[in-house]
Ligand binder design. Structure first.
Ligand code: ADP
Ligand code: MG
Length: 321
């Protein structure tokens, strides 16, 4: 039986075609990759695809619904559209802490604006004033303030003082913001993690302009740090169940702190990641998709779920800290 691999994508121009070409070049019997093509979506009807790599549904709700419908009809959707619709950075930080991966201290803040169709009665469980003092004491300044389910550096603020925080918080309208300890780092890494355990570590300098952030020929890094980074990448992605993710770490005093690790469609553009990293992600994503297509079982759900969810269902008790 032919098993098709589809890729669903948006504005990116380099990764999707390179991925399709790489899968097809391998010439594996009964495996073929192509761009997903949609002209009608009916409930509970399967798609033609054994596997779909989703690069865009975070921005297109119609695709999100299409992918969940594809998943219940058997398509192995990468990443699991149910899970990443449910998770967000604050929860994932809590999970990281529970599975023993260091993360910056973090609080969540009520929104600056009231959500639509609410009034003051909707907030009678909130105690005023909010306990800002205790939070400031725990987090310190400067601190980071960023959306609990954001991405692409949108609305990420570095705040210097309580006054600065409140001023910027007022600009965030309906976003739920996190207040986070700043990690003053000596090294920073961004890591591709495929299939929950295939890790590619990239040195990254977020303080550089965009096109110079992926460091080429950076200074050598201690093996102990790289080993820890690798271990934490696997631990996080096993718990979350992401098949195609990037995980960022800021290293302070030899400890890698996970900063950003729920990226359902991580940057894979040759112009930002560079040739070598691009080759890695194209090759390894192609191999992963082929493997998933070969494992595909007709008439079954073929999604990846993290141990956090699986253990709740099987009653297995994950050792939580
Ligand atoms: N707690 C923190 N300590 C130090 N730097 C941070 C922290 N949080 C965010 N940053 C910086 O801000 C950038 C964007 O934040 P991030 O959490 O990655 O948001 P996004 O999901 O929008 O990329 C990071 O790459 C990092 O350089
Ligand atoms: Mg980031």
């Amino acid at each position: 039986m032919m098993k098709k691999i589809g890729i669903l994508f948006g504005q990116e121009n380099t990764f999707p075609q390179a991925f399709i070409d790489r899968v097809n070049e391998k010439g594996i019997k009964d495996i073929k990759a192509e761009a997903v093509s949609i002209d009608m979506v009916e409930q509970a009807k399967p798609t033609d695809y054994a596997v779909i790599i989703d690069r865009i549904s975070q921005d297109v709700p119609f695709y999100r619904a299409y992918l969940k419908n594809a998943a219940i009809s058997g398509t192995a959707v990468i990443n699991n559209p149910f899970w990443w619709s449910a998770d967000e950075k604050f929860f994932n930080n809590a999970l990281a802490e529970k599975v023993g991966v260091p993360v910056p201290k973090t609080f969540i803040l009520p929104t600056s604006h009231r959500p639509p169709d609410t009034n003051e009665n909707s907030f009678r469980n909130m105690k005023f004033p909010f306990n800002w003092e205790q939070m400031f004491e725990t987090i310190g300044f400067p601190a980071y303030m960023k959306p609990h389910d954001g991405g692409g550096w949108k609305s990420v603020y570095r705040v210097e003082s309580p006054e600065d925080l409140w001023e910027k918080h007022a600009e965030t309208e309906n976003l739920v913001m996190m207040l986070q300890e700043e990690i003053n780092f000596t090294e920073y890494f961004r890591c591709y993690v495929l299939n929950t355990d295939n890790v590619h570590i990239m040195q990254y300098e977020p303080r550089n302009p965009h096109h110079l952030r992926y460091v080429i020929d950076g200074p050598p890094v201690k093996k102990e740090i790289l080993d820890l980074v690798r271990k934490y990448c696997v631990r996080l992605n096993k718990a979350l169940g992401y098949d195609f993710n990037t995980v960022e770490f800021a290293v302070r005093d030899g400890i890698p702190y996970a900063i950003d690790f729920c990226n359902p469609a991580p940057d894979a553009d040759i112009n930002s990641v560079g040739q070598e990293n691009f080759n890695w992600i194209v090759e390894n994503a192609a191999n992963m998709a082929i493997e998933k297509a070969q494992q595909f079982k007709k008439g079954k759900m073929n999604l990846t779920w993290g141990t956090f969810v699986k253990d709740q269902i099987t009653g297995k008790k994950t050792p939580l800290k």
